[in-house]
Design a binder for this molecule. Structure first.
Ligand SMILES: NC(=O)C1=CN([C@@H]2O[C@H](COP(=O)(O)OP(=O)(O)OC[C@H]3O[C@@H](n4cnc5c(N)ncnc54)[C@H](OP(=O)(O)O)[C@@H]3O)[C@@H](O)[C@H]2O)C=CC1
Ligand SMILES: O=C(O)C1=N[C@H](C(=O)O)C[C@H](O)C1
Length: 267
């Protein structure tokens, strides 16, 4: 099979750099173009040098349409509005679109699902193998421990702009599926002041921010006289970038549609 020609979106960002390193180091992919927000400081810089590796001769560009000409796939860890716009372009051109962006609203999700009629879109709040497997374990534990209270705690670096994290919501969704309830109707995202006792059957979220933490998530099942804690600690952004690259390669042999990382891993 020919090498997959990948456009890395958000090339000037933390994940953009990790994605450039992954795409240029893994077999089966080639860096076709790198793009960033119009006017961003990375625009005009060599994508390799910006990502801390050797020069690649690929300049980070703000011209999205030119970048997509001749491309097969977009790996996109940017911002919600940018990801929706890229999904629509991927749909119009029949591309593969891997979306790692978090903080998407309901309208964004609807627009991305609509774009997937013309594209192969793989979207996940976390592209690591560890979290994808953890979500399956959480679903099973939530079902088996039907009476236990579920709390999800996450900590990320001080530059993160959305909360709860996409991963916390993904794990919450897995727990809700295990309980056969709607996460939207059962989640408690903030506690402050005189809250009263915990409402039975809810899924609580707590958010910590600070320093350079790549990403830590705990799912706590608290029952009578015992507690189970499932913890994932991300140590390097390469785990997300490698998962995204794997998703792009997997999507090559799929029909148009919207997929999750569980589909990629066959879970
Ligand atoms: N699903 C997963 O596995 C993971 C998801 N993420 C998510 O990925 C996203 C990015 O994270 P991170 O790299 O840390 O954030 P950064 O802020 O470091 O990077 C985001 C990049 O996207 C750029 N950008 C913003 N708007 C546009 C646009 N319209 N077109 C092109 N580029 C744009 C930003 O430019 P500028 O700064 O100039 O605005 C920046 O370079 C977040 O939503 C984060 O939560 C992160 C890690 C793993
Ligand atoms: O913004 C980040 O950094 C991360 N975002 C994702 C999330 O919101 O869960 C994934 C990872 O935890 C890092």
């Amino acid at each position: 099979m020919a090498e997959l020609r990948v456009v890395v979106a958000g090339a000037g960002g933390r994940m953009g750099a990790a994605n450039i390193r992954a795409v240029t180091s893994l077999a089966g992919l080639t860096l076709h173009a790198a793009i960033d927000r119009a006017g961003a400081p990375a625009v005009g810089r060599d994508a390799g040098l910006y990502a801390g590796i050797e020069p690649l001769g690929v300049e980070i560009s703000e011209d999205i349409e030119a970048a997509l000409d001749g491309a097969d796939a977009i790996i996109d860890f940017t911002a919600p509005a940018a990801s929706v716009a890229l999904a629509q372009k991927a749909g119009a051109r029949g591309l593969i679109h891997v979306i790692g962006t978090t903080g998407l609203g309901e309208a964004d999700d609807v627009a991305i699902a609509a774009a997937a009629s013309g594209a192969r879109i793989v979207k996940s709040g976390n592209f690591s193998m560890g979290v994808t497997v953890l979500a399956n374990l959480v679903r099973k534990a939530a079902e088996a421990l039907a009476e236990y209270d579920i709390e999800i705690l996450e900590m990320h670096h001080s530059r993160k702009v959305d909360a709860p994290s996409g991963t916390a919501l993904l794990l919450g969704q897995a727990a809700a599926e295990g309980r056969d309830i709607s996460l939207r109707d059962h989640s408690v995202r903030v506690r402050d002041g005189h809250t009263g006792p915990r409402e039975k059957g809810t899924i609580g979220f707590a958010t910590l921010r600070g320093g350079t933490v790549v990403g830590e998530h705990s799912v706590i099942f608290a029952g009578p006289s015992e507690r189970i804690e499932m913890i994932h600690r991300a140590e390097d952004r390469a785990i997300f970038a490698h998962g995204a690259a794997r998703a792009a390669l997997w999507a090559q042999s799929q029909p148009n549609g919207l997929y999750a990382m569980t589909d990629v891993l066959g879970l």
